[in-house]
Write a protein that binds this ligand. Sequence first.
Ligand SMILES: *[C@@H]1O[C@H](CO)[C@@H](O)[C@H](O)[C@H]1NC(C)=O
Ligand SMILES: *[C@@H]1O[C@H](CO)[C@@H](O)[C@H](O)[C@H]1NC(C)=O
Ligand SMILES: *[C@@H]1O[C@H](CO)[C@@H](O)[C@H](O)[C@H]1NC(C)=O
Ligand SMILES: *[C@@H]1O[C@H](CO)[C@@H](O)[C@H](O)[C@H]1NC(C)=O
Ligand SMILES: *[C@@H]1O[C@H](CO)[C@@H](O)[C@H](O)[C@H]1NC(C)=O
Ligand SMILES: *[C@@H]1O[C@H](CO)[C@@H](O)[C@H](O)[C@H]1NC(C)=O
Ligand SMILES: *[C@@H]1O[C@H](CO)[C@@H](O)[C@H](O)[C@H]1NC(C)=O
Ligand SMILES: *[C@@H]1O[C@H](CO)[C@@H](O)[C@H](O)[C@H]1NC(C)=O
Ligand SMILES: *[C@@H]1O[C@H](CO)[C@@H](O)[C@H](O)[C@H]1NC(C)=O
Length: 258
Amino acid sequence: MMRTLLFATIVLAGTAFAQFTQSLDNVTQAFTNAKIVPDVLPSFSPRALLNVTFTDASMQSVNVTPGIQLTMAQTAQEPQFFFLANVTIPPNLLYVVAIVDPDAPTPQNANISQFRHFLGGGFSVDSTTGLLMNNTAALTDFAPPTPPAGSDPHRYVVLAYLQPDNFDSIANQFVNASTNRMNFNITTFAQATNLSAPLAANFFLTGPDNSSSTGTSSSASPSGTSPGGSGGTSDASGKDMLGGLTWFMGLLVGILLS
Ligand SMILES: *[C@@H]1O[C@H](CO)[C@@H](O)[C@H](O)[C@H]1NC(C)=O
Ligand SMILES: *[C@@H]1O[C@H](CO)[C@@H](O)[C@H](O)[C@H]1NC(C)=O
Ligand SMILES: *[C@@H]1O[C@H](CO)[C@@H](O)[C@H](O)[C@H]1NC(C)=O
Ligand SMILES: *[C@@H]1O[C@H](CO)[C@@H](O)[C@H](O)[C@H]1NC(C)=O
Ligand SMILES: *[C@@H]1O[C@H](CO)[C@@H](O)[C@H](O)[C@H]1NC(C)=O
Ligand SMILES: *[C@@H]1O[C@H](CO)[C@@H](O)[C@H](O)[C@H]1NC(C)=O
Ligand SMILES: *[C@@H]1O[C@H](CO)[C@@H](O)[C@H](O)[C@H]1NC(C)=O
Ligand SMILES: *[C@@H]1O[C@H](CO)[C@@H](O)[C@H](O)[C@H]1NC(C)=O
Ligand SMILES: *[C@@H]1O[C@H](CO)[C@@H](O)[C@H](O)[C@H]1NC(C)=O
């Protein structure tokens, strides 16, 4: 898949390589434990880590570790996405990011799933931070999790794909501003738009705010539908999965990899 290219790089130093591989294994395992494979993806072999960072209304930030449980308040605003890899990340390629909920309206009766919380292409990687920055408008703007009262927590799956050249013209035929967020299928969409397997992914759990009316309301969903999904299998081992890595950020333009 990787073509020969000029690369700007985010490179791991020394022993961090082993940790990186273990982190990838942990993400893969967490996806299987939470049944995201096969519920969302037929298989999953990540090549990079996808850090997802939410910042809430009081400017508190939280990094998503696979299976972490977050509140509706924590996930109310569009997160930032970061690629972390042990190989050079091409600076001149674009990526597609999606967030889907396979548990809407409840994990027990997910008859409107997948609910599409976000879908956007035109993301490029900042070579020094790994930040994915969008250069085009999203196909589907971010809608925060709004699992309905009484629901178990839903799984929210964040996926990053390499973007094919003709994605913009093709994707619009399948998803545009008037396309219902409900009953989406990311696998079908990926096949239709020639996305290959996801390069990196992550997921979190969010349940309804069970506090009384003073709590965070769930009125944010533009469709009025409570998306959600829970695989219910929070993977405690995912805690700090991505942590402890020491990263060496370097710029190695001109190195040819194949
Ligand atoms: C990068 O990680 C992948 C997946 O663990 C591994 O197969 C590959 O050998 C690693 N590459 C380097 C240069 O360490
Ligand atoms: C989903 O199931 C619920 C409960 O059985 C039902 O009330 C609702 O109409 C169903 N929705 C769809 C879109 O089928
Ligand atoms: C990037 O996404 C944000 C949030 O969806 C949007 O407001 C902005 O217009 C997008 N940037 C471009 C260049 O389209
Ligand atoms: C709210 O209640 C549901 C159903 O009892 C539970 O599964 C969920 O975890 C609760 N949400 C939170 C944020 O505690
Ligand atoms: C928008 O997407 C729908 C499918 O959700 C498709 O039927 C329709 O043709 C698209 N509209 C445009 C203008 O491409
Ligand atoms: C999504 O589509 C794929 C392939 O088209 C299919 O195998 C899978 O069962 C679908 N997933 C759901 C949840 O319907
Ligand atoms: C997807 O890729 C195949 C093989 O390269 C090509 O024949 C087809 O036209 C592509 N489809 C789209 C929608 O670009
Ligand atoms: C991977 O998971 C194992 C078992 O839960 C844990 O001990 C280890 O610290 C994790 N590794 C990384 C790099 O997160
Ligand atoms: C990635 O996330 C982990 C924990 O989720 C965090 O420890 C680490 O600092 C993050 N790295 C970057 C470069 O954002």
